[in-house]
Ligand binder design. Structure first.
Ligand SMILES: *[C@@H]1O[C@H](CO)[C@@H](O)[C@H](O)[C@H]1NC(C)=O
Ligand SMILES: *[C@@H]1O[C@H](CO)[C@@H](O)[C@H](O)[C@H]1NC(C)=O
Ligand SMILES: *[C@@H]1O[C@H](CO)[C@@H](O)[C@H](O)[C@H]1NC(C)=O
Ligand SMILES: *[C@@H]1O[C@H](CO)[C@@H](O)[C@H](O)[C@H]1NC(C)=O
Ligand SMILES: *[C@@H]1O[C@H](CO)[C@@H](O)[C@H](O)[C@H]1NC(C)=O
Ligand SMILES: *[C@@H]1O[C@H](CO)[C@@H](O)[C@H](O)[C@H]1NC(C)=O
Ligand SMILES: *[C@@H]1O[C@H](CO)[C@@H](O)[C@H](O)[C@H]1NC(C)=O
Ligand SMILES: *[C@@H]1O[C@H](CO)[C@@H](O)[C@H](O)[C@H]1NC(C)=O
Length: 630
């Protein structure tokens, strides 16, 4: 199954199916990565190449229908052969998930050919007809676990068990059309062995035998290691001491050598004994039911997580069309990481699509992980990331669309058309504080934004602040030259310890937030570039010392604000911009102070007055003049 633009439409049928499948099986998704081999010798295909795209599209559709597919394009060049397959032990539900996972790894290999193994599925695309290939001395992989928990005196016995199970799974797979699982539970004090074998569908029976015979003898050499994976050109074989597949769920292909035998002893016994055993049997059945329910619940949660991931994929073509092929008239802005376009999805939903300038392979991986992480984050004060496309010629991020402008366009532009009232400003400040507090821990993971500034705050129609561009700094920073969200941050908002020593903690965000508060209240940009002119930090601090804070409030408000309230918020801004990061309050504390108007705001220490000429040098060597929006 491929990515999908109108993503919910794909998830819903899956969801409907899930209740059906859970009645049958409890699955542990078998989709962790097992191996990857990229042909790095020549540059052969690119992801927007006609052949490559045609092959990927066809095998995606075929995998969705039949769990496997092979397709090739021999003209125009380059020649591309593709093969993908979900393995027999993978339940229906997990096949699209596994395939989606594997597809996102392709950028690792592009523009070269690649061979990607997961525990439950496989994908290969290459420049020649490899469909009949069984073993390949140069590329076959054997991964033995280095660890053995098998005690030395048991090693021989264990190796024999491995041998038995592997012979059995091989024989069964050959009888069974290329797939089987087999297992042997262990007697008291020893470990069991479980195995899974799968040939690719393009091999005939003879080829499958050659491949699996090789794979089993390779894997056997890993014993007494507790786990092995043989990844051959034509098949995949795994054994493990943990039962990594679910016996109950695959009745027909399942083979179990030693069945647990539950002896039922029927005896003529006193009626009391009969009653007791009935009760015990009842309790036992109840317990089995209970633990099964529990397992269902656990795997449901896992699946939800995987599904929400799955919904994140967008087809490149869909987004291309949504933006009218990135037409200039759709352009919303130019950010540091790329330009942003307004897009209309097939279901008429309006989104903002960010086209990223950097698109290296390693980076696409990082991006994907990051997207997975931050897409789970939902907060009213954070711009929502809807998904991404990373398989096309360039990486795209899809965000919710906000009709209003960014804060700097509303606040800091001379002759701005609207003047924000005091209440609106306070609403915006509280929104930013809550969004940041959430990023700093409300979600369970701590995310440091690194680039809080007016242009990264978007406003919706109710003037609710939404923080944009969070979470991506980590994967963008390796390439500083392109971006303003990397180490450089934005001069004027950068905490002294970060600027001078590169020391990054969430307190750097607190500092930037403090600067932003002072900007919003004074209506002035924190200019540090112009020699001689004092920064707003300096002038607010001066007013604070002369206990006349309210005098720095934006004159365009014409005094329409409560003096005490305004002084308190300014003082909070000063608290956040203190030179010592230990003294700056955490964002959760800031939120409390903003909400509780009766609280006494602590006395701030002096903010750092950084030497403008020093900053000038830094700013010219690091580009940090981007404007964002998204
Ligand atoms: C790379 O792919 C080409 C064409 O498929 C093949 O001839 C070559 O042997 C491969 N080289 C490596 C190192 O995988
Ligand atoms: C390319 O492949 C060769 C042999 O397969 C390997 O030795 C080399 O490390 C690879 N280079 C990269 C950059 O992956
Ligand atoms: C596909 O990519 C190759 C190499 O990058 C290039 O030579 C070829 O012209 C491309 N073909 C098409 C149809 O884009
Ligand atoms: C898939 O592979 C089989 C076996 O090699 C081959 O006969 C068939 O033509 C292939 N199908 C496509 C669409 O390439
Ligand atoms: C399995 O195939 C590989 C080539 O992929 C070969 O080097 C190895 O000797 C074979 N092993 C056995 C036991 O046949
Ligand atoms: C072998 O598998 C383990 C996980 O099972 C993985 O961490 C490791 O990187 C793999 N080794 C190779 C060489 O692929
Ligand atoms: C090896 O096993 C020990 C104990 O079972 C475990 O603590 C350790 O993390 C394992 N190491 C690896 C590389 O799996
Ligand atoms: C595939 O290889 C086997 C030998 O391993 C051979 O008998 C068979 O004819 C081949 N099939 C095709 C379609 O090339």
């Amino acid at each position: 199954m491929e990515s999908n633009g109108a993503s919910p439409s794909i998830a819903l049928p899956l969801l409907a199916l899930s209740s059906f499948f859970f009645a049958l099986a409890v699955s542990v998704p078998q989709i962790t990565e097992a191996g990857l081999h990229c042909n790095n010798s020549t540059e052969i295909v690119t992801s927007n190449n006609f052949s490559f795209r045609a092959v990927m599209r066809e095998i995606s559709e075929s995998v969705a229908d039949q769990r496997r597919g092979n397709y090739s394009v021999t003209s125009p060049p380059p020649v591309v052969y593709g093969l993908a397959q979900c393995e027999g032990g993978l339940i229906e539900m997990d096949c699209p998930l596994c395939f989606a996972e594997i597809r996102t790894r392709i950028p690792r290999c592009l523009p070269n050919f690649g061979q990607l193994y997961r525990d439950g599925c496989f994908l290969r695309y290459d420049g020649y007809d490899f469909y009949n290939e069984t073993v390949d001395p140069t590329h076959d992989m054997l991964n033995c676990s280095s660890n053995s928990t098998v005690p030395a005196e048991r090693a021989t016995e264990f190796s024999e068990r491995v041998d038995r199970v592997l012979r059995y799974v091989l024989a069964k797979a050959l009888q069974n059309g290329g797939f089987a699982v087999a297992g042997e539970d262990a007697p008291e004090g020893a470990v069991g062995v479980y195995a899974w074998a799968q040939c690719w569908s393009t091999l005939d029976a003879g080829g499958c035998r050659v491949c699996l015979e090789n794979a089993t003898s390779m894997a056997r050499s890993c014993a007494p290691g507790e786990e092995a994976r043989a990844m051959n050109a034509g098949c995949f074989l795994r054994y493990s001491t943990t039962k990594f597949y679910d016996l109950d769920s695959r009745g027909s292909s399942e083979v179990s050598i030693t069945k647990a035998v539950v002896p039922i002893v029927v005896a003529i016994a006193p009626s009391a004994a009969v009653v007791i055993s009935l009760v015990l049997i009842g309790a036992w059945i109840g317990y089995k039911e209970y633990s099964k329910k529990k397992r269902v619940q656990n795997s449901l949660m896992q699946l939800r997580a995987s599904m929400s991931k799955f919904r994140l994929y967008f087809k490149y073509e869909t987004l291309e069309k949504a933006t009218n092929f990135f037409h200039d008239s759709r352009k919303l802005g130019q950010g540091g990481a790329g330009s942003v376009y307004k897009g209309i999805l097939p279901d008429k939903k309006v989104v903002a699509i960010k086209r990223l300038v950097i698109n290296t392979q390693q980076w696409a991986d990082d991006l994907f992980n990051e997207v997975n992480l931050i897409s789970g984050i939902q907060h009213k004060n954070l711009v929502k990331l809807l998904g991404c496309s990373i398989e096309g010629p360039e990486s795209l991020l899809v965000y919710e669309y906000l009709s209003n402008k960014s804060l700097d366009q509303v606040l800091l532009v001379n002759n701005a058309t609207r003047i924000l009232t005091w209440e609106e400003r306070l609403h915006i400040i509280i929104g930013i504080a809550e969004g940041l507090a959430y990023l700093h821990g409300g979600y369970g993971v701590k995310i440091i934004h690194r680039d809080i500034k007016a242009s990264n705050i978007l406003l919706d129609e109710n003037l609710t602040a939404k923080i944009a561009d969070f979470g991506l700094a980590r994967c963008i920073s390796p390439d500083k030259s392109h971006l303003c969200t990397g180490i450089a941050g934005t001069i004027g908002y950068m905490a002294p310890e970060y600027l001078v020593r590169g020391q990054l903690t969430e307190k750097a965000d607190v500092y930037a937030f403090g600067v932003l508060v002072l900007e919003i209240l004074t209506g002035r940009k924190n200019s540090v570039y112009t020699q001689g002119s004092s920064s707003i930090l300096q002038s607010v601090w001066k007013h604070y010392k002369s206990t006349n804070l309210a005098a720095c409030i934006d004159p365009t408000l014409q005094g329409k604000f409560l003096v005490l309230e305004a002084s308190n918020v300014l003082q909070i801004g000063l608290l956040c911009t203190q030179a010592s990061m230990e003294l700056r309050p955490p964002m959760s504390r800031v939120v409390e102070m903003l909400h509780d108007k009766d609280q006494v705001v602590p006395q701030p220490n002096q903010p750092p007055f950084l030497n403008a000429s020093v900053l000038f040098d830094i700013s010219s060597s690091r580009s940090s003049t981007c404007t964002h929006g998204y």
